[in-house]
Design a protein around this ligand. Structure first.
Ligand code: SF4
Ligand code: SF4
Ligand code: SF4
Length: 325
């Protein structure tokens, strides 16, 4: 194809695409409806204001998931640069999620001399982008508990899920012949009873990581938001609905909302904090899930196969013209 015909070809393709888009009313490009929260949705409420950074949660997670423990934070070698967001002498190793870490505790500065801890893990989104992006349905969301899990038998290793996840959660075992995608699967808890629930919450000494039905966790979160800074509150420890202990602690000034109540259509792991959420490394996102926007667009373009047909016709015309020349 010479230069002229290549230009002609591009014109036809662009024209076809414009005609296809123009044939679709603008309002039809809206997002699809957001998925509903499963009725028995379980989750975690992480309260950064009462986290002491002990990392018992990440050690318990490794143990529950059969990962070799490597929880000691070695001191930074002499002369090494302090990792960003850390405070010299207090926190020497800033860990991130990896095939060996389904959850990590990170410490972030607030930019004004203070700091806050953040428990990073899969958020178990109500409308998961990883699931929407996966071309072979290797990700699924349990219709009852809402746990988002990955199926090794379906995965083709394309890693679209990595790109799609707004929280940069899924990790890949690059060093294995048959690599897995790894992330928290809420300890594969199958019911909201007492015995089988998230190891990280079972081990948390302060109740900063609290397990239970999403609705009950939201209710507890709203109670905390209504507290006056300095007021005493009885913080449940472990499982909000099951047998648990509690500890009276003084409330800090909370951010005005529960992160994950509405963000991206809601998540089942929700965060409370006093340091602004963006400073804790959480993305500033809207309430509409990315998956609803992209699927809405795709479904509109492919509706009745009009857009692909117009494009195909354009390609045929370009090929015909080129052959004739
Ligand atoms: S946080 Fe990421 S990996 Fe977890 S459910 Fe949401 S999109 Fe999927
Ligand atoms: S729920 Fe289980 S897998 Fe997920 S972070 Fe907690 S301990 Fe780890
Ligand atoms: S176990 Fe609880 S207090 Fe300790 S780091 Fe984890 S969430 Fe924070």
């Amino acid at each position: 194809m010479d230069k002229t015909s290549r230009r002609g070809f591009m014109k036809v393709v662009a024209g076809g695409t414009l005609i296809a888009a123009g044939a679709t009313p603008a309002h039809a490009f809206g997002p699809r409806e957001t998925r509903k929260t499963p009725e028995e949705a379980i989750g975690i409420l992480y309260d950064s204001t009462i986290c002491i950074g002990c990392r018992a949660c990440s050690a318990a997670c490794k143990q529950r998931n059969g990962i070799q423990a490597d929880t000691a934070a070695p001191a930074a070698p002499a002369g090494a640069a302090q990792p960003p967001g850390t405070i010299p002498g207090i926190w020497d190793k800033q860990e991130d999620l990896s095939p060996e870490n389904y959850t990590v505790i990170q410490m972030h500065t607030d930019g004004a001399g203070g700091f806050g801890f953040m428990k990073k893990q899969c958020m178990h989104c109500i409308d998961p982008a990883c699931m929407s992006a996966c071309p072979v349905s290797a990700f699924s969301k349990d219709p009852e508990t809402g746990i988002v899990s990955w199926n090794k038998n379906a995965c083709i290793g394309c890693r679209y899920c990595f790109v799609a996840c707004p929280f940069v959660v899924p990790r890949f075992e690059w060093n294995r012949a048959f690599p897995r995608v790894t992330k928290c699967e809420l300890c594969k808890t199958t019911y909201t009873g007492l015995d089988c629930y998230a190891a990280c919450c079972q081990s948390c000494p302060t109740g900063a990581a609290l397990f239970g039905p999403r609705e009950a966790l939201l209710e507890e979160g709203r109670k905390r938001l209504a507290l006056k800074p300095g007021a005493w509150h009885d913080y449940p420890i472990g499982h909000i609905k099951g047998a648990h202990s509690s500890a009276k602690q003084v409330a800090k000034a909370y951010n005005a909302r529960i992160y994950g109540e509405k963000e991206l259509g809601g998540t089942q792991v929700m965060i409370l904090g006093s340091v602004p959420f963006e400073k804790l490394g959480l993305p500033a996102v809207g309430d509409v899930p990315n998956s609803a926007i992209s699927e809405g667009l795709q479904h509109t373009l492919y509706k009745g196969m009009i857009a692909p047909l117009v494009l195909f016709a354009g390609l045929l015309a370009a090929a015909y013209r080129s052959t004739k020349q």
